[in-house]
Design a protein around this ligand. Structure first.
Ligand code: HEC
Length: 140
C-alpha cells in the first residue's frame, strides 16, 4: 500500500513536470496581448515635438539596447535575449492602440523589464508618442 502511494506521488510529480515544461515552452511564443481594459485607455499627452523629444530621450536610455536605433528589434543586446525582441515598426505593433502599447511598455514581459516603477505615466505616454514616429519612418 505504501509502495503504491510512493509510485503514485512520483507519477504525479512527473506529470506536473511535463505540464510545467510544456507551458513554459508555450509561453515563449505565446502572443502578448494587452487586456481589454488597456485597449481603450486614451493617450492624454498630445503628440507634439516636445512630447516626442521627451519620449525619444527615454527610448535612447531604456529601450534602444534591445529594440535598436530605429526600433527594428536589432539593438546591441537583442541577440542575447531568449525571446525575439519585437520590431516596433511592424504593423503588428503599430496596429495596436496607444493604450495597448502603453500597457505593454508599463508592464514589460520577460526579458523586457517593467517600466512603471521608474517612469511616470506621462513619461510612458511620451514614449508611446515616440514609438509612433518609428512606425512612420518605415517604407511599406
Ligand atoms: C532587455 C531587452 C528589452 C528592453 C530594455 C526593452 N524591451 Fe521591449 N521588448 C523586448 C522583447 C524581448 C519583447 C518581446 C516580448 C514578448 O513578445 O514576449 C519586447 C516587446 C515590446 C513591445 C510589445 C511588442 C508587441 O509585439 O506587441 C513594446 C511596445 C516594447 N517592447 C517597447 C519597449 C520600450 C518602449 C522599451 C523602453 C522603455 C522597451 N521595450 C525596452 C525586449 C526589451
Amino acid at each position: 500500500m505504501k509502495k503504491f502511494k510512493i509510485r503514485k506521488a512520483s507519477m504525479l510529480a512527473g506529470i506536473a513536470t511535463v505540464v510545467i515544461a510544456l507551458s513554459l515552452a508555450f509561453q515563449q511564443n505565446k502572443e502578448w496581448k494587452a487586456p481589454d481594459s488597456a485597449k481603450d485607455k486614451k493617450n492624454p499627452i498630445t503628440s507634439d515635438d516636445a512630447s516626442i523629444a521627451a519620449g525619444k530621450k527615454i527610448y535612447e536610455k531604456d529601450c534602444i539596447n534591445c529594440h535598436g536605433k530605429k526600433g527594428k528589434g536589432d539593438g546591441k543586446d537583442a541577440a542575447n535575449q531568449d525571446v525575439t525582441v519585437a520590431d516596433l515598426t511592424s504593423s503588428k505593433v503599430q496596429s495596436q492602440t496607444d493604450g495597448e502599447i502603453f500597457w505593454k511598455v508599463s508592464e514589460g514581459r520577460k526579458p523586457m523589464p517593467s517600466n512603471k516603477k521608474d517612469h511616470s505615466d506621462e513619461q510612458l505616454w511620451q514614449t508611446v508618442n515616440y514609438l509612433r514616429t518609428l512606425g512612420k519612418s518605415v517604407k511599406k
